[in-house]
Ligand binder design. Structure first.
Ligand code: UT7
Length: 331
C-alpha cells in the first residue's frame, strides 16, 4: 500500500517593489493598453538586494509563515525540494540556504530542481513519489524565482512579462483522510530548447570582461512559437492526466495553470471546455513568476476559501526546456 499525500500548509512571498505598466511605458516602446490586452498583466514585483529578496529569502519567509500557521516543527521536515531557474548562487543551492534560514538542524536531504516554469510541478511530483514510496514523510516543496535578474529591460517582448516571487507547499504522509495526489504526467522536448533561452552566464559562455556588457546574458524568447506550443501542450497534457487518474473534466473544481500570459490560460480553458471562472489566476498582479506561479495561486485559492478540502485541483505548466507537466490532486 502506498502513502496518501496531503498538502498541510501553503504560503507565498513577493518582493515589495511594484513595477507597473506605466513604469514600463517609460522604459520601452509599449503601452499599458497593449500589455493588458495581449498578456493580462498590470503589474509585477521586482526583487531588491537592499530588501534581501533573493529566491532563498523569499522562499524562507514563505516557508516560515506556512509552518508557523500550523505550528509545525521545522525539524520534522525530512526533505526540501526547490524548483528554481534563478538560484541565489551557482552553489550552494536555494534549498540549502532555506534549510539554514529556517534553522533546521536535522540534516534532512535538500536539493534544487531546474525545470523553469514547469519546475513546481516537477518538484511537487518528485516529493509526492518520495512520500508515496515511504522514503520521506514531510517534504517542503518550493517554487522561487527572481527572473527579473535575467530580464532585458530594453526588450519589450519579454520585460513586460516577468516578475519575482516564491510559493511553498508542505506535503505530508500525515493524511487527514481526504487529501491525496492522484497522479501526474510530465514531458519535455529539448529539440525546441531555443524557444526560451539564456546564452551567456553558464559554463559554455561564461561572463567575462569582454562580454559583460553583452545582452546575451538576458533571457530571449520566441514568443509566438512558445505561445502556440503552450496552448496545445497544456490542453493535451491536462486531459491526459485527468483521464489517467480516472476522473472527468467536470470533476475538476479548480485549474491552476502556469501564469505565462492570460490569453494562453483562456485559450487552454476554452479548448478544453473548462469554465474560465474555475481557473485560478494571479497574473494581473504578479506577471509570470516562473516556478512560483502555481504555488502562489494555490496559496491564494486556499486562503480566500475558493479551494476547499476534498475538492479536485489540476495543476498544468509549460516552460523552457521545453518542459511541461500536469498533476491532479484532491485537496
Ligand atoms: O513562461 C514560459 C512560457 N512563456 C510563454 O508562454 C510566453 C508566450 N508568449 C507570449 O506571451 C506572447 O507571444 C508575447 C506577449 C510575448 C507577445 O505577444 P504576441 O501577441 O504573440 O505578439 P507578437 O510577438 O506576435 O508581436 C505582435 C507585434 C509585433 O509588432 P509587428 O512586428 O507586428 O510590428 C511586436 O513587435 O507586437 C509587437 N510587440 C509589442 N508592442 C507593444 C511585442 N511586444 C510589445 C510590447 N508593446 N510590449
Amino acid at each position: 500500500m502506498t502513502n496518501k499525500v496531503s498538502i498541510l500548509t501553503t504560503a507565498s512571498c513577493f518582493p515589495k517593489k511594484i513595477l507597473t505598466n506605466a513604469d514600463l511605458e517609460k522604459m520601452v516602446e509599449t503601452t499599458d493598453q497593449w500589455i493588458v490586452e495581449r498578456t493580462g498583466i498590470r503589474e509585477r514585483r521586482i526583487a531588491s538586494a537592499d530588501e534581501e529578496e533573493w529566491p532563498s529569502d523569499l522562499a524562507a519567509r514563505a516557508a516560515k509563515k506556512a509552518l508557523e500557521e500550523i505550528d509545525f516543527d521545522p525539524n520534522t521536515i525530512d526533505g526540501i525540494i526547490c524548483a528554481t531557474m534563478t538560484p541565489d548562487y551557482p552553489a550552494p543551492g536555494v534549498a540549502y540556504l532555506v534549510q539554514k534560514k529556517l534553522g533546521l538542524t536535522n540534516q534532512c536531504m535538500a536539493f534544487d530542481l531546474g525545470a523553469a516554469c514547469s519546475g513546481f510541478v516537477y518538484a511537487f511530483n518528485t516529493a509526492t513519489s518520495y512520500i508515496k514510496s515511504g522514503f520521506l514523510h514531510n517534504v517542503l516543496v518550493i517554487g522561487s524565482d527572481c527572473t527579473s535578474v535575467y530580464t532585458d529591460y530594453r526588450d519589450r517582448n519579454t520585460c513586460i512579462l516577468f516578475g519575482d516571487g516564491a510559493g511553498v507547499a508542505l506535503l505530508s504522509s500525515r493524511s487527514d483522510g481526504q487529501g491525496d495526489v492522484l497522479g501526474f504526467s510530465l514531458g519535455a522536448n529539448g529539440h525546441n530548447g531555443s524557444f526560451i533561452s539564456v546564452k551567456n552566464g553558464g559554463c559554455a559562455h561564461p561572463i567575462t570582461k569582454d562580454n559583460v556588457e553583452d545582452r546575451d546574458r538576458f533571457l530571449r524568447m520566441q514568443g509566438r512559437e512558445t505561445f502556440k506550443n503552450a496552448v496545445k501542450v497544456m490542453e493535451e497534457n491536462s486531459l491526459e492526466t485527468i483521464a489517467r487518474v480516472g476522473l472527468k473534466l467536470e470533476d475538476i473544481h479548480w485549474m491552476i495553470p502556469h501564469q505565462a500570459n492570460k490569453r494562453i490560460l483562456e485559450a487552454v480553458a476554452q479548448r478544453m471546455g473548462f469554465p474560465s471562472e474555475k481557473v485560478i489566476m494571479n497574473i494581473e498582479r504578479f506577471g509570470n513568476t516562473t516556478a512560483a506561479t502555481i504555488p502562489t495561486c494555490l496559496d491564494e485559492g486556499i486562503r480566500d476559501g475558493r479551494i476547499q478540502r476534498g475538492q479536485y485541483v489540476l495543476f498544468t505548466a509549460f516552460g523552457a526546456g521545453l518542459s511541461w507537466g500536469s498533476t491532479v490532486l484532491r485537496y
